[in-house]
Design a protein around this ligand. Structure first.
Ligand SMILES: NC(=O)C1=CN([C@@H]2O[C@H](COP(=O)(O)OP(=O)(O)OC[C@H]3O[C@@H](n4cnc5c(N)ncnc54)[C@H](O)[C@@H]3O)[C@@H](O)[C@H]2O)[C@@H](O)CC1
Ligand SMILES: [K+]
Length: 493
């Protein structure tokens, strides 16, 4: 599986392990540069190309790119930041294999170029760009010439996706062996353009020693555990989701309930505020609607053990009553999803919420809700989600275009398939509904978060521009059919 994401420290460890296994550093660099040159040749017609090289190994890759493109007949200009005589190690070797002129790397090197190769700094950049390197990043950004970034757009922090000083937008980024978090976390993901991962001869076996705990969220991670309906199953064996329905914002619970049904929950009950009972009943024929006039009525619904998964939050209204309902569901030993108004109801009271969650509940905040519950956790979005999951003792799905799902045990995924069309009212309610529908079918909270985030992204793409939240659940049959087609033989299921 090539979905592992390596931290910068792990990437350097992988390089070292490859060299310890007998692969020379110069071989890795040659392979890296050749891969970049090959990617360029397969995407662009020959044109004048300017290659900007930095003082480290990223710059070394640039020298190799220059040699391969020049050998293929491309007009190449190469500019170096710093002194060629100071290049050491593998980069010094790479420079020695380049027989063309080495110019000073300045903005004038871009004059007349049809393409720029950004080989200034790699993903392990230790300090913000400034001076000449910042000037170069700005020149690349301003000229409007297509940019191919080696490893990352220079200035991008490979661990966090943050920009350090500045970084030029790339059309194509070629990285090596595995992606780094910065290729997937915003703003890095947007700055990289298309990301290609090149095999540079690092043996797959080095992965074992790296202790990888982070993956890009592809279906390969969990499709073997997806709860497809079974031939010998019935509606009760497919779980029973209980969705708390609010008094005013009734659309939220209805969207969630419909998504839970579509994703395969055998039964869905909406626990409805009595004033809104009629709204739910009339609009949702396949859902059971139970009026819940008070706390005892909700307790009674929870007492039925067949109602195994609970969703609380969408459209619920942040109130003391809601706090009581969350506590009742958690204390009843249920699993499920806590979303939306739950984070307002437990604002700055993580302890009050976290007791007893025990990895059975998925928390699905967006950035604002996250801050309300967890306060100001430092670090990248990935660091924040991981820390929050550890603090809450349960998986956290931190929403956004670069949704992160983190487990208290340190595992995490970054989701990468969500189109911007998903940024619309009710989209999050659907996501919560997908997750609770999966949990009802016996999927654990972390897997449910990964599956729901991925399905949500696929649904967004399937519907495309113009989508409204109502469309999402309706697009599930097509998306699930395609997912199922990726499996080996399904007979007897
Ligand atoms: N053997 C290997 O380790 C391989 C490395 N490869 C390439 O090597 C790169 C990593 O190489 P390095 O670790 O040398 O990293 P860089 O090439 O990013 O360069 C680091 C150097 O730049 C200096 N520097 C860092 N930030 C600076 C700033 N803001 N202003 C001025 N100078 C700054 C550092 O002091 C250091 O000398 C990868 O991105 C990849 O492109 C590939 O060739 C594959 C094999
Ligand atoms: K670079």
């Amino acid at each position: 599986m090539a979905d592992e994401i390596l931290s910068i420290a792990q990437m350097y460890a992988a390089d070292r392990a490859a060299m310890a296994a007998g692969v020379a550093g110069t071989t890795l660099m040659e392979n890296a540069g050749r891969a970049v040159a090959g990617a360029i040749q397969s995407r662009w017609e020959p044109c004048p190309v300017s290659i900007l090289c930095g003082p480290g190994n990223n710059g070394g890759d640039g020298f190799v790119v220059a040699r391969h493109l020049a050998e293929a007949g491309w007009p190449v200009r190469l500019g170096l930041l710093g002194d060629a005589a100071a290049l050491g190690g593998d980069a010094g070797w790479a420079a020695s294999t380049w027989s063309g002129p080495v110019e000073r790397a300045g903005p004038e090197l871009l004059d007349g170029a049809g393409l720029v190769v950004d080989a200034l700094y790699g993903a392990g950049l230790g300090r913000p760009l400034d001076g000449a390197s910042l000037e170069l990043a700005r020149a690349m950004a301003d000229r409007g010439i297509p940019v191919v970034a080696v490893d990352v757009p220079s200035g991008l922090n490979g661990d966090t996706g943050a920009v350090m000083g500045g970084a030029a937008q790339a059309d194509l980024t070629v990285t090596f062996f595995r992606k780094k978090p910065g290729h997937l976390l915003l703003p890095g993901r947007a700055l990289c353009g298309t990301v290609l991962v090149a095999d540079i001869g690092i043996p797959e076996s080095v992965l074992e020693g790296l202790g990888t705990r982070l993956w890009e969220n592809t279906e390969r991670l969990w499709v073997a555990r997806y709860p497809w309906p079974r031939l010998d199953g019935h509606k009760y064996s497919r779980g029973h989701a209980l969705v708390l329905g609010g008094r005013v914002m009734t659309g939220a619970a209805r969207l969630a309930a419909r998504a839970a049904l579509r994703v395969g929950a055998g039964l869905v009950t909406i626990a409805a505020d009595p004033e809104a009972w009629m709204v739910y009943s009339l609009s949702m024929p396949s859902v059971i609607v139970q009026p819940v006039p008070d706390g005892q009525a909700f307790q009674d619904l929870l007492a039925d053990r067949r109602r195994n998964a609970v969703l609380i939050g969408p459209g619920a209204g942040a109130s003391a009553e809601l706090r009581g309902q969350v506590r009742a569901a958690v204390d009843a030993g249920k699993a499920g999803v806590l979303d939306a108004d739950v984070f307002g109801a437990f604002s700055e009271d993580l302890k009050g919420l976290a007791a007893g969650l025990e990895s059975r509940w998925l928390l699905t905040p967006h950035g604002g809700e996250f801050a309300r519950l967890f306060g100001d956790i430092p670090g990248s979005k990935l660091d924040q989600a991981r820390r929050a999951a550890a603090l809450a003792g349960t998986p956290v799905l931190l929403k956004g275009a670069d949704t992160v799902v983190a487990h208290p045990d340190g595992r995490a995924v970054v989701n990468s398939n969500a189109p911007p069309d998903l940024a619309t009212a009710g989209s999050g309610d659907t996501l919560a509904g997908l997750a609770v529908g999966l949990i009802a079918q016996g999927v654990d909270a972390f897997d449910a978060g990964c599956m729901a985030a991925w399905l949500h992204g696929e649904l967004g793409t399937a519907v495309g521009p113009g989508l409204i939240a109502e469309d999402l659940a309706e697009a599930l049959p097509g998306v699930l059919r395609r997912l199922k087609a990726t499996l080996p033989d399904q007979r007897g299921q």
